[in-house]
Design a protein around this ligand. Structure first.
Ligand SMILES: [Fe+2]
Length: 217
């Protein structure tokens, strides 16, 4: 293979970083797809898995076109392997969780919380990809590589769409955690009652100084 100039070496370096991210994400998406019981979320993850595989192929192709060598990635990290193992155990764990019910939920190991954790992980992964492709786009622009610039722009569009989808899922899955783990009596209304005294104190202080007793007169 011919020696690459400095600019091309830099492009290949960052493209390889993106290539590695795509491959890692492919593994974690597969694990998360296996773990979720939420149909619309599962469907969106599957769609993004298809996109992710395509991103990997396109980035690899671009690296080769530039004369570089696509880096082979390490085996999935321990967190990913852990997730995958959990996915395998999913069915049995679910049965146990159902039998143990609220006890399991109190420990914060409920399915809802695992689900929320996965969504947060996906969100973080998308953010990392967005940062990487934003770098590649700017680098390609600075070096006058229009093809790489276009590729980064196209992939970015899909990553950003996925991240904004995930952002909307976080409150939804958080509410599911609340519903599964917090008794109804401790939700919203109770929280409001707790929060109101400081506000009353504050307005009493504003109205007539700290000595005002009832604050009503
Ligand atoms: Fe991607």
């Amino acid at each position: 293979m011919a020696e690459l100039n400095v600019a091309t070496t830099k492009l290949v370096q960052y493209l390889n970083e993106a290539y590695g991210l795509e491959q890692k994400l492919e593994t974690s998406l597969q694990a998360h797809i296996a773990m979720t019981a939420d149909a619309p979320y599962k469907k969106r993850l599957k769609a993004h898995l298809t996109e992710t595989k395509r991103h990997g192929r396109e980035v690899k192709k671009r690296i080769k076109a530039l004369g570089g060598a696509p880096a082979t990635i390490d085996a999935p990290g321990p967190d990913v392997v852990g997730d995958a193992a959990q996915a395998v155990l999913g069915g049995a764990q679910k049965a146990i969780a159902l039998a143990q019910g609220p006890l399991h939920a109190i420990r914060g190991t409920g399915q809802e919380e695992k689900q929320l954790k996965n969504v947060k992980t996906e969100y973080a992964s998308e953010s990392e990809e967005i940062a990487t492709y934003t770098t590649i786009r700017a680098l390609a622009e600075a070096l006058g590589d229009k093809d790489t610039q276009r590729l980064a722009r196209e992939i970015l569009r899909e990553e950003e769409r996925m991240r904004s989808y995930l952002e909307k899922q976080i409150p939804r899955f958080t509410k599911a955690v609340v519903k599964a783990e917090v008794p109804a009596s401790e939700r919203r209304t109770a929280t409001r009652a707790k929060k109101s005294p400081p506000r009353a104190k504050r307005s009493a202080a504003v109205a007539g100084g700290a000595k005002a007793k009832g604050g009503r007169g």
